[in-house]
Design a protein around this ligand. Structure first.
Ligand code: ADP
Ligand code: F6P
Length: 322
């Protein structure tokens, strides 16, 4: 291929800039020109393209967010929207596209690919809800942000014999909650996959109290039915536990961090592979990390598949709560 384009889509994730840099430099190295698409699929539909040279992607590796900006675009879900996008790509003489994003973005990539345009996806979202990648770009950094908050909250919780509820992001996936909760030693973890009623959380906290715990941290995924506000309200209303409860919702703070080494390396490996394959006309794949290796899986085998939480993490979390 002589010219490819790259876009970032959905929620931004730390490491997206590293992915843009790696895709650009790899494609240039293999003799292709690169265009950056601003604002994800919205910019694709509007033809909002900028040239990217190896120098244009200097000095971005260490920053969170995405220099290309990101967006959510309803129109791209329609065949008409995708026709407009393809017309813009053809007008700019672009033969292939790299989509850096999460589950929704890769669903869009599959739609475009099924309609005959050459696309490779790069697994990138803090939610880690994308089958085809054991971990996605941005998850590790987001976990570390949540972990730092949990550590700080535990410190103050222990001084006041309090209970802190910490709500983390993840949309419908509990990975971020499970991983941050396990790493942060949470007394209880609530996720959409393993939802606990407020009453059950109270029981677990009561048992923890009887085992001698004088403070507690409960990590709750935003997508759980028992989310942070629901649980906090319950604890306040029924005065159900001996601990004095407080609620912290971490929100977008988890998305804005500088990417750590793991995410920079992961982004570099995955995006380089995506570009290398695309330039040599191997398209229709999601590039993710599987068993430690940058692995290409057909998009069609990935989209719509379930991604269960790691059983090992779940079992460990239960034991470590003792
Ligand atoms: P993420 O990629 O982080 O999961 P979203 O779910 O918001 O984020 O998806 C990002 C964008 O991907 C959407 O705004 C839309 O433009 C595109 N997209 C999502 N689902 C589809 C779909 N079924 N068909 C085509 N495009 C889609
Ligand atoms: O997909 C990433 C994510 O941060 C989710 O964890 C969260 O539910 C959602 O995006 C928030 O979306 P927005 O940035 O549009 O508020």
């Amino acid at each position: 291929m002589k010219r490819i384009a790259v876009l970032t889509s959905g929620g931004d994730a730390p490491g997206m800039n590293a992915a843009i840099r790696a895709a650009t430099r790899t494609a240039v190295d293999r003799g292709a020109e690169v265009l950056g698409v601003r604002r994800g699929y919205a910019g694709l539909i509007e033809g909002d393209f900028i040239p990217l040279t190896a120098r244009d992607v200097s000095g971005i590796l260490e920053f969170g967010g995405t220099i290309l900006e990101s967006d959510r675009c309803l129109e791209f879900k329609t065949p008409e929207g995708r026709e407009r996008a393809k017309a813009q790509l053809n007008r700019a003489d672009v033969q292939g596209l790299i989509v850096v994003g999460g589950d929704g973005s890769q669903t869009g990539a599959l739609a475009l690919s099924s309609e005959g345009f050459a696309v490779n996806g790069v697994a990138s979202t803090i939610d880690n809800d994308l089958p085809g990648s054991d971990v996605t770009i941005g998850v590790d950094t987001a976990i570390n942000v949540a972990l730092e908050a949990i550590d700080r909250l535990r410190t103050t919780a222990s001084s006041h014999r309090r209970l802190f509820i910490v709500e983390v992001m993840g949309r419908n996936c509990g990975y971020l909650a499970l991983a941050a909760g396990l790493a942060g030693g949470a007394e209880v973890i609530v996720s959409p996959e393993h939802d606990l009623s407020p009453g059950r959380v109270v029981e677990l906290l009561h048992e923890a109290r009887l085992r001698g715990k004088r403070h507690a941290v409960v990590v709750v995924a935003e997508g759980a039915r028992t989310n942070g506000r629901t649980l906090y309200q319950h604890l306040r209303d029924v005065h159900a536990v001996d601990f004095d409860p407080r609620l912290t919702i971490l929100g977008h703070i988890q998305r804005g961090a500088r990417p750590g080494a793991f995410d920079r390396l992961l982004a570099t490996r995955l995006a380089a592979r995506a570009a290398e394959m695309l330039v040599s006309r191997q398209a229709g794949y999601l590039i993710g990390l599987r068993n430690g290796a940058a692995t290409a899986t057909p998009l069609v085998d990935v989209i719509g598949q379930p991604k269960p939480l790691p059983a090992e993490f779940l079992a460990l979390a239960e034991t470590m709560q003792l």
